[in-house]
Design a protein around this ligand. Structure first.
Ligand SMILES: [Mn+2]
Length: 381
């Protein structure tokens, strides 16, 4: 009775077909098993493979291969694509597209405290390589800090969050040792700008979920417009950090987010803002050749009625370590303070070799009370 009936043909996939996932934590490849119909996304597949679709994304192009289960039977389709950790490789057009499709809600109307969080990314020097690695490692360090800052932002019910880029966000190629920079950089200045903008945008996006945001950028030595060793143009305008700020302004305005911006006057290199009884001046720090020169600079700038004259708190970067210094008095009833903020960079090996000293990396954050003058507490995350 069974004669003449052929056993069903084996399900055979095309040659070289092997479903699987390879992922090294940053990027990888995936080949899915056969699907009967086109899946809406690959989230379930990624979860089955032990990956989190929130942190790992599918990168087009997506290649397909089709085969028939048996003669006249159903067709199956397998998909092959690249995977990458979100934020690991950064491409600004892609970032803009992503920003548009995933508008985070406006910060919730909750009862807010009379406190602001001031987050100070400083001296990322994106594009530089050193004893702490290259751009990839710098991004990893920065994202780790961001995760801790986000925890703080989430629980703080802040009235406002300030993100102050204290300068040298890119490495550039125009230092004194510019030939060496060509050897030690792992990205061109253009790609450094693109990556740095993406990193700052990520921080704005995270903070904006919890409070209205103000973003500021100061002018700095690595971001200066230099031609053949000379600085040209207007320092507060012709600066890569300020250019990044302009791009972010455009992006968040288009998205309709509640983000304000602070930048130097075009003839200045820093700016000041007020939060309640606290007046905060922001400056990169390259105005002094050594950290010990900053208090003198500030005193002179106060006599010269510069933007920092009325400040109760001066924030700087440039020197790559955290230091809180109490200086003189302020009209708000407290002392003036100078806070030198830490770096997230790949390592200043020439400085380490010469001076012997080195510090751990991190991002400095400060909680400011509207009615209470700053008393010197800084957290490094
Ligand atoms: Mn610097």
């Amino acid at each position: 009775m069974l004669e003449g009936i052929e056993p069903a043909k084996k399900v055979t996939a095309p040659k070289n077909f092997r479903p699987g996932v390879e992922f090294d934590g940053v990027e990888g490849t995936a080949t899915t098993p056969g699907y009967r119909s086109e899946p809406e996304n690959f989230d379930d597949f990624l979860i089955d493979a032990g990956l989190n679709p929130e942190t790992v994304e599918v990168v087009p192009p997506i290649r397909t291969s089709k085969w028939q289960q048996r003669e006249d039977g159903e067709w199956l389709t397998s998909y092959k694509f690249t995977l990458r950790q979100k934020n690991a490789t950064i491409d600004l057009p892609a970032l803009f597209a992503e920003a548009k499709k995933s508008k985070p809600a406006q910060p919730k109307e909750t009862k807010r405290s009379d406190k602001a969080l001031v987050v100070c990314p400083s001296d990322f020097q994106i594009g530089k390589t050193g004893s702490r690695g290259g751009t990839k490692e710098t991004i990893e360090r920065v994202i780790k800090s961001y995760d801790l800052i986000e925890k703080k932002a989430k629980s703080g019910k802040y009235d406002r969050i300030y993100i102050i880029d204290l300068g040298d966000i890119i490495e550039s190629v125009s230092n004194k040792a510019n030939i060496n920079q060509i050897a030690t950089n792992d990205m061109s200045p253009m790609q450094q700008v693109d990556t740095a903008a993406s990193l700052l945008f990520d921080l704005i996006k995270r903070m904006h979920k919890y409070a209205p945001v103000t973003v500021g950028s100061v002018a700095s030595n690595h971001c200066q417009n230099r031609v053949m060793g000379q600085t040209i143009g207007k320092p507060g305008l012709d600066d890569w950090g300020v250019v990044i700020l302009q791009q972010l302004h455009r992006l968040t305005t288009e998205l309709g987010w509640d983000v304000e911006y602070l930048k130097p006057h075009e003839e200045d290199e820093g700016f000041a803002f007020e939060y309640g009884v606290n007046v905060v001046a922001c400056l990169h720090g390259h105005q002094a050749s050594r950290p010990e020169g900053i208090p003198k600079y500030w005193a002179n700038a106060t006599f010269g009625l510069q933007f920092s004259a009325a400040a109760s708190l001066l924030l700087t970067g440039h020197f790559h370590f955290l230091q809180v210094t109490e200086l003189g008095q302020h009209h708000n009833g407290s002392s003036r303070f100078w806070v030198q903020m830490p770096t997230s960079d790949a390592g200043s090996d020439w400085f380490r070799r010469q001076a012997g000293i080195d510090s751990s990396t991190g991002i400095g954050i400060i909680e400011l009370d509207k009615d209470i003058p700053f008393k010197g507490t800084v957290e490094k995350v």
